[in-house]
Ligand binder design. Structure first.
Ligand code: HEC
Ligand code: HEC
Length: 353
């Protein structure tokens, strides 16, 4: 029995020397669960095997670079180089392209760190080995000198070998734990965010259409008051029209008359924007909806074309729908957060502008 166990241990150790792939397979199959493999792992040896492996695979020739990153791209920040080239093996590449959330076991990322003059300074690597360090997504970390020697670092008078579970790497990369400890680009996030934004856009457009129908059915031209003290077609300012007419619904009107500090939920302000020739250009609107956007006082913003279509705007090559939490509106109106984002006039009496 005892001899048997010893034999198994010897077997495992001999496999370890063969390379990381072997370790991976053994752990994956969990053939010998009673042996704590991690104690037997020799990070230095594994790092040397890893170096040998990537040289044999001629990664510079046979591997692809991180999608979207050229050779010698400018490094984002310390501690990696001023210029970076990042290679990925096939399984890592597939993960990036398919936008999977996590790198699979076997994935290798090689980052070459260059000085500003393109001298190679070091090579840092992440290699996922199933079972290696499950607390932190099984990454094996290593830093090499250009000649392939494992880099070291001095810490508290001790020389650390930068291979294996390297705490400095893990601490910093840990900020990206939601992205499988990876900085270079989001693995899956992009996709889900795009979907979310699309969904939000269609929701806010629907809300805007309902709002348009509501103001038409209430016949605001006839039944709502204008902003107290403002006539029809008063002279306007950028970016609103040359002339403006500002209507308010009953609850917004009451808040102005009573000099309340804030508009209540349900308040609607409609600003008709006219061209210098007094033709209508657009209709901009603020509608306070409880819970819609608490961080910006719950205002729903929208810009309609004269016919009621929600307008769009080109910004940085993207089409922005001008409905909902519209950044452009919020930025400028945000100058008056103390006045509930309103610029036509002060709400509270003696408001200092
Ligand atoms: C202080 C923070 C910090 C430390 C410490 C750090 N890194 Fe990084 N690492 C980064 C950042 C930031 C990037 C992205 C760089 C870029 O693309 O501009 C990165 C990228 C990488 C990449 C490419 C894959 C990815 O995550 O985007 C590898 C491989 C890598 N680091 C390995 C290491 C190793 C090995 C160590 C330890 C020896 C280490 N790093 C230490 C911040 C750090
Ligand atoms: C660059 C600044 C700026 C931007 C951007 C801007 N506004 Fe305004 N907005 C103003 C100013 C100034 C007024 C006051 C005009 C007046 O009545 O004299 C105003 C007034 C308004 C009013 C009347 C209520 C109030 O706050 O006084 C509404 C409604 C309105 N804007 C909606 C919008 C919408 C919707 C957007 C985005 C599509 C937008 N605004 C973008 C500056 C801006």
């Amino acid at each position: 029995m005892k001899l048997n166990n010893l034999l198994i241990i010897a077997l495992v150790i001999s496999f370890l020397f063969v390379g990381c792939e072997r370790v991976k397979k053994l752990v994956a199959k969990k053939e010998i669960p009673e042996i704590t493999l991690q104690e037997e792992l020799n990070p230095e040896k594994m790092a040397r095997e890893l170096w040998k492996k990537i040289q044999e695979e001629k990664y510079r020739v046979n591997w692809k670079m991180w999608p979207g990153k050229e050779a010698f791209y400018i490094g984002g920040s310390e501690p990696h180089g001023a210029l970076l080239t990042t290679y990925v093996n096939e399984s890592a590449l597939k993960t990036v392209i398919d936008k999977r959330e996590q790198m699979p076991s076997g994935a290798i990322i090689i980052k070459e760190n260059y000085m500003p003059d393109k001298t190679l300074d070091s090579i840092t690597m992440m290699h996922k080995i199933e079972g290696f360090n499950s607390m932190v997504n099984d990454w094996f970390w290593a830093k090499f000198q250009p000649d392939g020697k494992i880099a070291t670092a001095e810490k508290d008078g001790q020389t650390l070998i930068l291979a294996g579970k390297v705490s400095t790497c893990i601490e910093c990369h840990g900020r990206q734990s939601a992205n499988d400890y990876i900085f270079t680009s989001p693995l899956k996030k992009e996709v889900s965010e795009a979907v979310k934004v699309e969904k939000e856009i269609s929701d806010v457009e629907k809300m805007a259409n309902e709002l348009w129908n509501k103001m038409q059915s209430e016949n605001y031209h006839e039944n709502w008051k204008m902003w107290p003290g403002k006539e029809a077609c008063y002279e306007g300012t950028e970016p609103h029209g040359a002339f403006l007419t500002t209507y308010v619904n009953a609850s917004a009107h009451e808040a102005i008359v009573q000099k309340k500090e804030k508009m209540p939920p349900g308040a609607i302000i409609i600003k008709e924007n006219f061209l210098p020739d007094k033709n209508i250009a657009s209709i901009t609107l603020m509608h306070k909806i409880e819970g819609f956007a608490p961080d910006v006082f719950d205002w729903f913003w929208v810009k309609f074309a004269p016919g009621g279509k929600v307008m769009t705007e080109e910004k940085d090559g993207e089409t922005v729908t001008l409905a909902g939490k519209v950044a452009g509106c919020i930025e400028c109106h945000g100058k008056q957060t103390s006045n509930d984002y309103i610029l036509t006039g002060p709400l509270k009496i003696k408001h200092t502008y």
